[in-house]
Design a protein. Structure first.
Length: 347
């Protein structure tokens, strides 16, 4: 059996750790291009927004949905790549902004979907880490993630850089001062938050077989991302649910000792999310709550009160560090999940 690496020597650890500096550089490098794009979008707003992505990038698209709908008031829908790549169904996208998100920009189904969206009259925006990728070549506009080469199969820094790019676009497009201020403080908050101690989560899940990850609104994408990483790096079956939707059936599984990881942010969803966590605790479930500002019931430390839209980045960064440690505790190498490749080229 191949020896496992030390906790701080894995690619997952080092790449997640680098996110704060990368995001600070990304904000500076992309400021002019995103400012110009935002000005054009304000001058000619799209009728609606459509996102298209897979895997971790699709979790970023979930975040984009709530971010754009709450900050811009534009409806956002998720497009299934197979509608174009497999079913070849014609799309009605005239006047839409089509946002394609991909770390590699190489997956044939995403490229085909972007081509079809462009032909259907949409303005295509690509968020990619590889700027000379096929997806970038199809797009009208490209936002570079600037995460640098990502060698670990489990995406970390590219995911956080995607959220940061979406935030920068939303701040410039909406011209909301409070969101722009939150972005200014984000790299420092990420640097400060890296040392948060989430060992309670690692200890609590070391021998678990199943768990739920809950989030709501802006935090739902973080829950989806965490559930994927549990499966990917630790062989731990995890499912993500909205803190509101979990009561529609899935809660029947939650009983004595059942583990849950709960993400909350300080907006209109927080009270309901924390109330759900408390209800499950009262049933005897093992509940771990991550909420900035340390509200009652939060036991996974995070930086103090922050804008709700940046909270998911802080939560996910701390989660990545804990997830890396958990994988090693459970005997898995988080950099080399079984049966997986870095780039998945779906058709």
């Amino acid at each position: 059996m191949t020896a496992l690496p030390a906790v701080e020597s894995t690619l997952m650890f080092r790449e997640a750790h680098s996110s704060a500096a990368l995001i600070a550089a990304q904000f500076e490098a992309n400021a002019a291009a995103i400012g110009n794009l935002a000005a054009r979008l304000r001058a000619r707003p799209p009728r609606f927004i459509v996102t298209c992505a897979r895997g971790s990038s699709d979790h970023a698209a979930t975040f984009a949905k709530y971010l754009f709908e709450t900050q811009l008031g534009l409806s956002v829908a998720s497009a299934s790549p197979s509608v174009t790549s497999v079913y070849a169904a014609p799309l009605q996208l005239d006047g839409a902004l089509f946002v394609a998100i991909s770390q590699s920009g190489k997956s044939p189904d995403l490229v085909r979907s972007a081509e079809a969206a462009r032909a259907a009259g949409a303005q295509v925006l690509a968020l990619v880490n590889t700027e000379d990728s096929p997806l970038a070549a199809v797009a009208h506009d490209v936002i570079a993630l600037r995460a640098g080469p990502e060698r670990s199969v489990a995406a970390t820094k590219s995911y956080l850089c995607t959220l940061a790019a979406l935030l920068q676009l939303a701040a410039a497009w909406s011209a909301r001062r409070e969101l722009d201020d939150a972005l200014t403080d984000l790299p420092t908050a990420l640097t400060r938050g890296w040392d948060n101690d989430w060992s309670a989560l690692v200890d609590g899940l070391a021998s678990s077989r199943n768990l739920f990850v809950l989030g709501r609104g802006l935090g739902l994408g973080a829950a989806q991302e965490a559930a994927l990483k549990f499966k990917e790096t630790s062989g731990l079956h995890a499912e993500a649910f909205s803190a509101a939707e979990v009561k529609h059936g899935p809660m029947a599984l939650i009983g004595e000792g059942f583990p849950l990881l709960v993400f909350a942010q300080d907006d209109g969803t927080q009270a309901g999310t924390l109330a759900a966590a408390q209800e499950f605790r009262a049933r005897g479930a093992r509940v771990f709550v991550a909420a900035p500002g340390d509200p009652a019931g939060s036991d996974l430390p995070l930086p103090g009160r922050v804008h709700p839209a940046v909270a998911p980045l802080l939560q996910v960064q701390s989660f990545y560090r804990a997830c890396n440690a958990l994988a090693l505790r459970r005997g898995h190498n988080p950099d080399l999940p079984p049966h997986l490749n870095k780039v998945t080229e779906t058709v």
